[in-house]
Design a protein around this ligand. Structure first.
Ligand code: SAM
Length: 246
């Protein structure tokens, strides 16, 4: 920004930077090994979470999920899968080695640009969910999600006006409720028990741990830890949950 003094008046010249100034798309071909499965894909090695470009790299939850999948590949044989918040897609790509059908989804345009064949899906967006269900009318056997609530739930302050003109403030957490709304919509396409949500969860905040459990319960779902999956993920703890409709 330049400031020029023109005849006593200060004028501001604003330099607008387009999005390419902020976005790093220097993807590196990276090799990942899960048991006997070796995958190579382009991704970043680190990310800024200031702006949600978290999907440009592989997160610890995906490592946990892929490790579980590689050890339990028989569970996926011949199944149809939708992955939510797939990011660079390492989980969906591994699944495509065992599954009949794999649909990767994400809401972020940068992430969508980097990987072909990903469906745009912002959690809670019924139009996008319906579009996917129009294309895949039978629904899915499994819904997968790895590390998909990394961003600290933002508190959205909402000003509501009562009929008497007084103002009250309420707040809501941004992404976990719409995530479970979305899962519920995919569950309801199938008979009860015919679709499961497998969630690779890395614990980063107690508030978020509690919220995931309570949202699942509020949506009439059962959420259970899959035995033997609780493990250290760097200096954090991760676990795989299986979520079903009651
Ligand atoms: C931390 S990254 C995890 C990416 C990948 N699953 C992994 O574990 O490597 C979270 C992903 O969820 C996506 N995401 C976040 N909020 C979302 C929302 N409200 N709707 C759809 N996708 C979302 C982001 O774009 C990002 O790709």
């Amino acid at each position: 920004m330049n400031r020029e003094d023109k005849g006593g008046e200060e004028e501001e010249e604003i330099v607008c930077l387009d999005e390419s100034f902020f976005i790093n798309d220097d993807y590196q071909l990276t090799t990942f090994t899960f048991g006997s499965q070796v995958l190579q894909l382009f991704c970043l090695q680190s990310a800024s979470t200031d702006f949600d470009l978290t999907g440009q790299l592989v997160w610890p939850g995906a490592m946990l999920m892929n490790d579980y999948i590689s050890k339990n590949a028989e569970l996926l044989q011949g199944s149809s899968i939708i992955e939510l918040g797939s990011g660079v897609g390492i989980t969906g790509i591994l699944c495509s080695r065992f599954c009949r059908e794999v649909v990767l989804t994400d809401h972020n345009d940068e992430v969508l640009k980097a990987r072909l064949g990903v469906e745009k899906l912002e959690w809670g967006n019924s139009d996008q969910i319906n579009q996917i269900l129009h294309k895949y009318s039978g629904g899915f056997d499994l819904i997968l999600g790895a590390d998909i609530y990394i961003r600290c739930p933002r508190l959205l302050f909402i000003f509501q006006y009562e009929s008497n003109g007084s103002r009250c403030i309420s707040f809501q957490q941004s992404s976990i409720p719409p995530l479970f709304d979305t899962v519920e919509q995919f569950f309801r396409i199938r008979d009860t028990g015919q679709c499961k949500f497998i969630l690779a969860y890395v614990s980063r905040a107690k508030m978020m741990d509690a919220m995931v459990i309570s949202e699942a319960t509020c949506h009439g779902m059962l959420i259970n830890e899959i035995a033997g999956t609780r493990s250290a993920v760097g200096n954090l703890e991760g676990v795989i949950f299986q979520v079903t409709l009651q």
